[in-house]
Ligand binder design. Structure first.
Ligand SMILES: Nc1ncnc2c1ncn2[C@@H]1O[C@H](COP(=O)(O)OP(=O)(O)OP(=O)(O)O)[C@@H](O)[C@H]1O
Ligand SMILES: [Mg+2]
Length: 245
């Protein structure tokens, strides 16, 4: 049985005061001193305000915090969908915040993103939504076959040719999860994956995500308001006003 770890967010790369190394060397993902500010007409919002975080390979981390606290921002930064103003993100020993061009594109392909608002392409079928991320690339596997297999895993066998917008919210979220998995990612970033779902469907999605850790040794970071989901993760980190608390 898995033990639930305490948050390993900490003040610096040297580890905590008790001398336990918090995993800079062992962590798959190491975030250090991350700052991201958004400048708008009325205000400058520091959505990430000096974040340090370590995530061990093969674990599930819940990222909790109130609306506007910076959860999506942190996920976007770790997924290299956005760039920080200050700080570093190191993944498998490579500082991804220093990458550009092809190397950055290669990194992005190791990450599966489940977006807060699904972001499915409304004019495409379920199957085409799942295959879309890898269409531009040469792959070592049969893309439609893999997409169909993933849709079966998320309980959508037989719905491959339905337009994505014809599905219920929970079904669309499952499509989004299948799409995030198409490229066999080692890291899965899920932004409130149960946020728009009823509790029974949310429970199925939770089971599905936690199974990825156990069956595919994936490393997951899940932004969530859902206490049931958070307490089933290996590590829970809380963010408030862009700071881990
Ligand atoms: N592109 C942007 N431009 C301006 N401000 C932004 C932008 N993206 C995020 N913000 C601001 O940064 C802060 C953090 O936003 P973020 O979306 O990361 O919060 P969140 O914790 O994911 O919230 P929620 O739980 O509502 O999804 C908020 O105050 C938000 O208004
Ligand atoms: Mg968000």
């Amino acid at each position: 049985m898995r033990t639930r770890r305490n948050a390993s967010a900490h003040a610096g790369p040297a580890g905590d005061a008790a001398g336990a190394v918090t995993g800079h060397d062992r962590a798959l993902i190491s975030v250090r001193g991350l700052v991201k500010a958004y400048v708008t007409l009325d205000a400058t919002i520091t959505a990430a305000d000096g974040i340090d975080l370590d995530i061990t390979a093969g674990t599930v981390t819940a990222l909790t915090g109130p609306s506007g606290s910076g959860k999506s921002t942190l996920l976007h930064l770790i997924g290299a969908l956005d760039t920080p103003d200050v700080g570093t993100i190191t993944v498998s020993g490579t500082e991804i915040t220093a990458l550009g061009g092809n190397a950055l594109a290669d990194y992005r392909r190791t990450v599966g993103f489940v977006f807060q608002r699904f972001n499915l392409l409304p004019t495409l079928t379920v199957l085409d939504n799942v295959t879309a991320p890898v269409l531009p690339f040469k792959t070592s596997y049969d893309v439609p076959a893999r997409a169909k297999a993933l849709l079966a895993v998320v309980g959508l066998a037989g719905r491959e040719h339905t337009l994505a917008t014809r599905l219920s919210g929970g079904q669309q979220q499952r499509v989004a999860i299948a799409r995030a998995l198409i490229n066999q990612p080692t890291i899965i970033l899920a932004d409130e994956p149960t946020g728009n779902l009823d509790s029974a469907t949310g429970e199925e999605i939770i089971e599905l995500l936690l199974a990825l850790r156990d069956t595919q040794s994936a490393t997951l970071l899940i932004a969530t308001h859902d206490p049931d989901l958070a307490q089933r993760c290996d590590q829970v980190v809380q963010i408030l006003d862009g700071k881990l608390v």
